[in-house]
Ligand binder design. Structure first.
Ligand code: GRF
Length: 238
């Protein structure tokens, strides 16, 4: 396992509050960020979102952060010589907030492998497909084109392999006759919000962690992705 980032403290070691500190990275709309923020504000999640960082200065997610009084930082890749330089700078800004966990919520850039490895076990991503199906872009169109009867979203720990890290949890929806990529995406989005919140909750409560051999749930290897339940928890199914 790569050495942890020097900024990392043990998860939930937040002055005895029992809350983990989170930094979110987003490139666009920010509805997943907004859902986490709303859950935090309702007191439903033991988290403190410290900052929202973006690679797009016009990202609406930044406005959501500003309106909530949360750190909102945009860095432009154009101002850096290459991907690694940009990623080092962006994650150095993230580290200033001493996050226990970094959440990629619609962050649309591939991250330099060395930077990813520094945050091993401390960074998750939400991806709109049932991984390992359809890593990368245009997931809804690819599911429709393939004739899939079921589609969904996954939350996974981030590794240097794009959308290839160990999966924590998945939410499924049926693909309906006449579905377009837009209708499928719209129907999936509320489930994504619940899936991400439930995954963050499980990490904050120490139920889920990345072990040497993959995801561990309650100290045991996870054999299949967990599913979000109506009460906001994650459960094994089948
Ligand atoms: C979501 O579909 C997420 O799964 C994907 O990008 C989209 C971001 O949406 N990675 P939003 O910015 O959170 O509204």
């Amino acid at each position: 396992m790569p050495p942890p980032h020097p900024a990392l403290s043990p998860i939930a070691n937040d002055g005895g509050e029992g809350k983990i500190s989170i930094v979110i990275l987003a490139s666009g709309r920010g509805s997943n960020f907004a859902a986490l923020l709303a859950a935090q504000q309702r007191g439903d999640l033991p988290i403190r979102i410290r900052a929202l960082l973006s690679d797009k200065s016009a990202a609406p997610a930044l406005d959501i952060a500003r309106a909530a009084g949360i750190g909102a930082i945009a860095l432009s890749p154009r101002n850096f010589s290459d991907r690694a330089a940009f990623d080092r700078a962006l994650f150095a800004r993230a580290a200033e907030f001493r996050p226990d966990l970094i959440v990629l919520a619609g962050y649309m850039r591939v991250i330099d492998a060395a930077v990813v490895n520094e945050w091993h076990g401390r960074m998750i991503n939400i991806h709109p497909s049932l991984l390992p199906k359809y890593p990368g872009l245009h997931t809804h169109a690819r599911a429709i084109e393939a004739g899939d009867g079921v589609h969904g979203a996954s939350v996974h720990f981030v590794t240097a392999q794009l959308d290839g890290g160990p999966v924590i949890a998945q939410a499924q929806i049926p693909v309906l006759d006449g579905d377009t990529p837009d209708t499928l995406a719209a129907r999936l989005l509320p489930l994504e919000h619940r899936l991400l919140a439930a995954s963050v909750d499980a990490i904050a409560r120490h139920r889920i962690a990345l072990g040497t051999h993959g995801v561990e749930c309650d100290g045991k290897p996870l054999v299949a992705p967990l599913c979000p339940q109506a009460d906001g928890s994650l459960r094994a199914v089948g």
